[in-house]
Ligand binder design. Sequence first.
Ligand SMILES: Cc1ncc(C[n+]2csc(CCOP(=O)(O)OP(=O)(O)O)c2C)c(N)n1
Length: 520
Amino acid sequence: MGSNVARTVVRMLVDAGIRRGYTVPGESFLELLDAFEAEPAMTLVSTRHESGASFMAEAEGKLRGIPAVAMASRGPGAANLSIGVHTAYQDETPMLVLLGQVASTRLGRESFQEVDLAAFFRPLAKWSAQAGSASEVPALVAEALSSARTGRPGPAVLSVPSDFWSAPCDAPAPLPPTAAQDEPPVAEIARLMNEAESPVVVAGCRDRAAREQLIAASEELGFAVYTAFRKQDAFPEDHPNYAGHLGLAVPGDQLKALERADLLVVLGTRWDEVTAQGFRYPLEGTTTFHVDTTVVDFLRELRTTATARSRDWSVAHTAVRDFMTPPDIVETTGVHPTNVVRTLRRLVPEDSVVTNDAGNFSGFLHRYWCFTSPHTQLGPCNGAMGYAVPAAVASKIADPDRTVVAMVGDGGALMTGQEIETAVRHAAPVIVVVFQNGLYGTIALHQAKSQGRLSAVGIGAVDFASWARGLGAAGFTIRSSRELEAAVSAALVEDRPSVLDIRTDPDVLTSETRLSQLLS
Ligand SMILES: Cc1ncc(C[n+]2csc(CCOP(=O)(O)OP(=O)(O)O)c2C)c(N)n1
């Protein structure tokens, strides 16, 4: 039997190491869905909302370093999907998006659900195109995959008119050869590293080999390491050369090593606004290099070129260690988020994957978790709410042997938490920890500080444990820290997803800030 475009594309994806596609099905890519389902090496994950599909594909790409596929239908599906594409773009995650478009004969007539998808995604994606003929689809898929994976990784979006998928096609296109990467000036960096008093690296490389090289290089050459925003697993946070996480609200004493740096190497990450602390760094006069793509080779060469030297980072590391040590807290109203993080960290395995949403609660996770193992943190560097639950579901499906915990506020849980149903269907027992404070707490903080009063931030009381049971998961309600250990222990032995509905104190906006103080 002759093949068609859809089957040929799926064959190419399997050959490229892709194992899963995430979607809400649509009429505009029926043959593609059929080809995914028929391919034994592929798992087709049907999600409850396209944002879930795109967050799942993004999270799998982050976890495995190999892209996953997100698929959606024409304007409405693509609009729903777009949030995860933006996340992949800002988070530098390889990802492939295949969109069904209106039929080629109906293009350009504002047909049913028609949107110019290539144009729509151009500012959101690394690469974006629409197929002009059925025969060029395999070559465009090859180009999209190459773009997603090489240089700075990112999302590549291909829109395919619906009639092209069934067109006869037997010829997969070869993937283009990997483009030559820019070579960093290793000899010059090695010379400066030898001479520097305070060399500092800001790391965001997730790759296991790169992380091992980074630890060895830091120990041999004596440089301090900061981690980039939400890339805390790039370097062990308990290492004596660890200087801190360049996230939100970093205390001044943790920035001193960055301020004093006479050599700064930004490694395996973009120099985004949060990591760069509102673009305040590097200070003028700091010699700075950016090595984004060839991290392992660069570090290997640096270790053989630069001279071994030891430097004392105890002042910087003590500052960060003190900051990361959770205080003993006596609760009055509701559970304190610090106690949630502390209890979970103690009870779950060291190599658990922790996904997090955007929200105030995440500040407690970033501060107190202490990431020590590779590939353990998946957070949205673009601050997209709704990320944590779908990211956890994809992580558990892709890596079933690891414990996966999603940390999410009640706001974020109500955006994409319905993907727990997807986890139930795929037998993916994730643990979802909902910090229920009845508020869009982050926005309440900003409003209280700048307006002195609140607007549009209230969230009604939700029984998340019943909601979880309705979706086929186990549900636990926790009203005081004393109940945490038993609930987490029970969730860890569940063979279905669990939701921990934790009633937190709405007054506790951050470790330092109380809502009542700001409004009084
Ligand atoms: C998709 C999206 N919409 C809106 C925002 C703006 N935003 C940032 S945090 C936040 C509130 C989060 O509330 P919740 O999930 O309950 O967590 P909390 O801040 O209360 O801990 C909002 C609305 C965002 N980051 N992403």
